[in-house]
Design a protein around this ligand. Structure first.
Ligand code: PLP
Length: 453
C-alpha cells in the first residue's frame, strides 16, 4: 500500500523559520556595486517594499505568517508527504523514499509559497502593480496567480524565445490577469537599447530582469518581485520543511538524507532549512543534505564563492555567493529554472561551511530518472525536479549495494505538464547532454566584479 501523510488545515505552520540567527558564521552583507559599502534599506526601497527588506536581514528565528497569506496557502496546503513505494520496489532498494509534493499548488510548483507572501506585503505597503521577469514561465505564473488573488496588477517580461516556444505558460499568466510582454520590449530603455543593436534579439533572463527593474523604479506605485535567491524568498519557502518535519514526527521517523534541486536555491532551502536547524544545533550531526544542480550550470560544484552580481547585466547589488560569473551563459537545457549563474547566499554559505553537499548531473541521465518516476509513481516531474529524483535514485541504489535501509526524502518541486515538449524530445531520442564550455567559464570568472582579500 502506498503511504501518505496528510496534515489538516489546522496544522498549517503559523510561522516561517529564519535560519539567519542559527548560521555557523554571519552572512556577508550585500554590497553596493559603486561604493563597495553594504547596501542600506533605503537603497532597496525603490525596488522592494519595506516589510520584505526587513525580512531580508531579520535577526528573529521565527516570523509570523500573516492570516491573509495562510488563508491563500490553505487553498492547497498543507501538501502531502508521500512514500514512493513503487519506485522503491522498482529499484529493489531497502531504502525508504519519501517526497513532499509541492506540485499540487495551482501554478504547479513551490513558487507560490513566496509569490503569495510577496504579493501580500506589497499590497499592505500600498503597491498597486508588481513587475517581474520569467524564463520558461514558472515564476511568472506563480506571481500572476498571487497578484490575481490580492487584486494587484502584474507585468511579466518573458524572455522572447520562451514566449514564442512555450505559449501555454503565457496563457496561464494571462488567465490569471497578468500582462505578459516578450522581452526585449520597446517599453524600457534597457529593452530599446538591445533592440537597437539587434531587432531580432531572442532575449535573455538578464535583459528581462533589467526591464522589470527599470519598469518598477520608474513607476511610483510599482515594485519588483524576485522568485528565488534572496533571504526573504527562502524564508517563505520554509513552510515546506516545517510541514515535512511535522509529517515525519507523525510517522515517528527522521530522514537520514534530504535532497532537493537547486536553481537559485529556494525550494531546496525551504525544504531542508528546518531540518538543518537540528544539524546546526548538534541534534542530528549525521543528517546528510544534498543539493542537486545541472552539469550545464554547476555553481556549487564548479563555481567560486565570492561577490558577484545577481543578474547578467550587472545592475543588481553584489551578493556573496557561489557563482560561475554573471557573464556566464549556461547552455540551453530544459530545466530552465536551474539555468542560473549564481546560488542563494544562504545556501552558498552552508555549502562553504561543509553543512551541505552538492552533486551535478547532465540532462540525459536526469530525463532517464524522470521517466522512471513517471512510470512508477505516475506523476510527471518538472525537468528541474527530475534532477533531485536522479540523485534520490542513485542514493537508493547505493543503499541496495550496502543493504542500508536509509530514509531518503526529497522535495518534489513541481510537475512537468507544461514541459511535454522536452519529454517529446527525450522520447524521440533527440535530446542531448548540454555541458558547458570550460573556457567560457574561465572567461566569466575573470570578469568577476572584484576579488576580496
Ligand atoms: C523554479 C523552479 C526550480 C528552481 O528554483 P529554486 O529557487 O532553486 O527552487 C525548481 N523546480 C521547479 C519546479 C521550479 O519551477
Amino acid at each position: 500500500m502506498s503511504e501518505k501523510v496528510l496534515l489538516s488545515s489546522r496544522e498549517l505552520p503559523r510561522q516561517w523559520y529564519n535560519i539567519l540567527p542559527d548560521l555557523p558564521k554571519p552572512l556577508p552583507p550585500v554590497i553596493h556595486p559603486v561604493t563597495k559599502q553594504p547596501v542600506s534599506p533605503e537603497d532597496l526601497l525603490p525596488i522592494f517594499p519595506e516589510p520584505l527588506i526587513e525580512q531580508e536581514v531579520s535577526p528573529h528565528r521565527w516570523i509570523d505568517i500573516p492570516e491573509e497569506v495562510l488563508d491563500i496557502y490553505a487553498l492547497w496546503r498543507p501538501t502531502p508527504l508521500q512514500r514512493a513505494k513503487r519506485l522503491e520496489q522498482f529499484l529493489g532498494t531497502p531504502a525508504q523514499i519519501w517526497f513532499k509534493n509541492e506540485s499540487l499548488s495551482p501554478p504547479g510548483s513551490h513558487k507560490p509559497n513566496t509569490a503569495v507572501a510577496q504579493a501580500y506585503y506589497n499590497k499592505i505597503s500600498g503597491v498597486k502593480r508588481l513587475t517581474t521577469e520569467t524564463g520558461a514561465g514558472q515564476w511568472g505564473s506563480a506571481l500572476a496567480f498571487a497578484t490575481c488573488l490580492f487584486g494587484l496588477k502584474c507585468t511579466v517580461y518573458m524572455v522572447k524565445v520562451s514566449y514564442q516556444q512555450k505559449p501555454y505558460r503565457r496563457v496561464l499568466m494571462e488567465t490569471w490577469g497578468a500582462e505578459v510582454f516578450p522581452s526585449p520590449t520597446d517599453r524600457t530603455n534597457a529593452g530599446r537599447q538591445v533592440l537597437a543593436e539587434d531587432p531580432d534579439s531572442p532575449g535573455s533572463l538578464g535583459i528581462a530582469i533589467s526591464e522589470a527593474v527599470e519598469d518598477a523604479v520608474n513607476h511610483e506605485d510599482t515594485k519588483y518581485s524576485l522568485g528565488s535567491v534572496l533571504n526573504h524568498v527562502l524564508l517563505h519557502q520554509t513552510v515546506i520543511g516545517l510541514e515535512a518535519k511535522k509529517q515525519f514526527e507523525q510517522l515517528g521517523i527522521y530522514p537520514d538524507v534530504l535532497i532537493g534541486c537547486v536553481g537559485g536555491g529556494s525550494n531546496f532551502a525551504g525544504f531542508t532549512f528546518p531540518f538543518i536547524a537540528d544539524k546546526l544545533a548538534g541534534d542530528k550531526p549525521n543528517l546528510r543534505v544534498i543539493a542537486v544542480e545541472p552539469k550545464a550550470a554547476p555553481s556549487l560544484t564548479e563555481g567560486v564563492y565570492t561577490y558577484d552580481f545577481g543578474d547578467t547585466a550587472g545592475m543588481t547589488p553584489l551578493l556573496k555567493m557561489h557563482t560561475l560569473g554573471h557573464t556566464f551563459v549556461p547552455p540551453r537545457i530544459h530545466a530552465g529554472g536551474l539555468r542560473y549563474h549564481g546560488m542563494a547566499p544562504l545556501v552558498s554559505l552552508l555549502y562553504d561551511a561543509g553543512i551541505i553537499e552538492a552533486v551535478a548531473y547532465p540532462q540525459l541521465t536526469v530525463f532517464e530518472a524522470a521517466l522512471i518516476f513517471a512510470r512508477t509513481e505516475g506523476i510527471v516531474p518538472a525537468p528541474e525536479t527530475a534532477h533531485a529524483i536522479r540523485a534520490v535514485i542513485d542514493e537508493a541504489l547505493r543503499c541496495k549495494e550496502t543493504g542500508e535501509a536509509k530514509i531518503i526524502a526529497f522535495n518534489f518541486s513541481g510537475h512537468g505538464y507544461f514541459d511535454l515538449q522536452a519529454y517529446d524530445e527525450y522520447l524521440q531520442g533527440r535530446l542531448e547532454d548540454a555541458v558547458f564550455d570550460p573556457s567560457q567559464l574561465k572567461r566569466a570568472l575573470e570578469k568577476l566584479p572584484f576579488q576580496e582579500q
